[in-house]
Structure formats: C-alpha cells, structure tokens
Design a protein around this ligand. Structure first.
Ligand code: DQA
Length: 143
C-alpha cells in the first residue's frame, strides 16, 4: 500500500503556530511520526506539504498510478477549496481526511469541509494520532 500524505497551508508552522490549538511539536516531528506510523503498518509513505492550492492540486493529480490512497489535511483549504475537492474526485483514490483540531468545535467558518463528502473517513481533534489512525485504516482496515 503506497500512501501519499498531503498537508496544506501553515502546517509547516506547527510548534510555532497557535500551540494551544495545534500543539507544541514541530512539523518535522509530525513527519517523523507519520513515517514511523507507516513503517509500523507496513505502508510505503510519501509526505508533502504546501502553502499553495494549485501545488496541492498538482500533487493529487500526480498520485494517479503512483499511490494507492491519499491522506490529506487540507488545512484552511478544507473550508474553501472546490479545486482540491475536484482533484480528489478526479483521481478517485481512497481518501482519508485528517485535522489536528476538532473543526466542529471551533469557529463556524471551519465547520464545513469540501473534502469530507469525498473521504472514506475523517479523523479530527486527536492531534498527530489522527494521521496514524488514517494510515492504519487504509493499510490494515483498522477503524
Ligand atoms: C486544520 C483545521 C483548519 O481549520 C485550519 O485552517 C488548519 C488546520 C487542523 O489540522 O486542525 O490550518 O486543518
């Protein structure tokens, strides 16, 4: 199972960015955590972060034929990007959506996700663990 993990804008600022919401650990720590979770689940992993919507669309399109599934934290684009949702629909790979925070318990503008209707699962409000659960769901069928 080859999984592409995509992280959207400002996630590169983890540790610095609103630590009360997103935690004190850095983006590098998240990448290391994701790689360890993938190794444990015997999955091949590629992790990519971008602050740019079109770059994320390009990576989703490029996944076709290269990856079996996508784990995505679209960050702020969750709530705005028809383009990312369209790209996910276009490649039609299994998608799992992850959010570090619980977007249903924050500002009203975060409650809608364009990605959720396309996702087989959404894990939110569990910090780094959400990525591990997403990988294990895809690779091992664990809920
Ligand atoms: C986020 C939640 C989004 O609302 C926010 O814009 C982010 C991160 C999360 O992981 O909790 O950047 O996707």
């Amino acid at each position: 199972m080859k999984i592409l993990v995509l992280n959207g804008p400002n996630l590169n600022m983890l540790g610095i960015r609103e630590p009360a919401v997103y935690g004190k650990e850095s983006y590098a720590a998240l990448v290391a955590y994701i790689k360890a979770a993938a190794a444990e689940a015997d999955a091949e992993i590629e992790v990519f972060q971008s602050n740019h919507e079109g770059v994320l669309v390009d990576r989703i399109q490029d996944a076709l034929g290269k990856h079996d599934a996508i784990v995505i934290n679209p960050a702020a684009y969750t709530h705005t990007s028809v383009a990312i949702a369209d790209a996910l629909a276009a490649v039609a790979l299994p998608v799992v959506e992850v959010h570090l925070s619980d977007i249903t318990k924050r500002e009203a503008f975060r409650r809608h996700s364009f990605v959720s209707p396309l996702a087989k699962k959404t894990y939110m409000g569990e910090g780094f663990l959400g990525y591990r659960r997403a990988i294990r769901y895809l690779a091992l069928g664990e809920e």
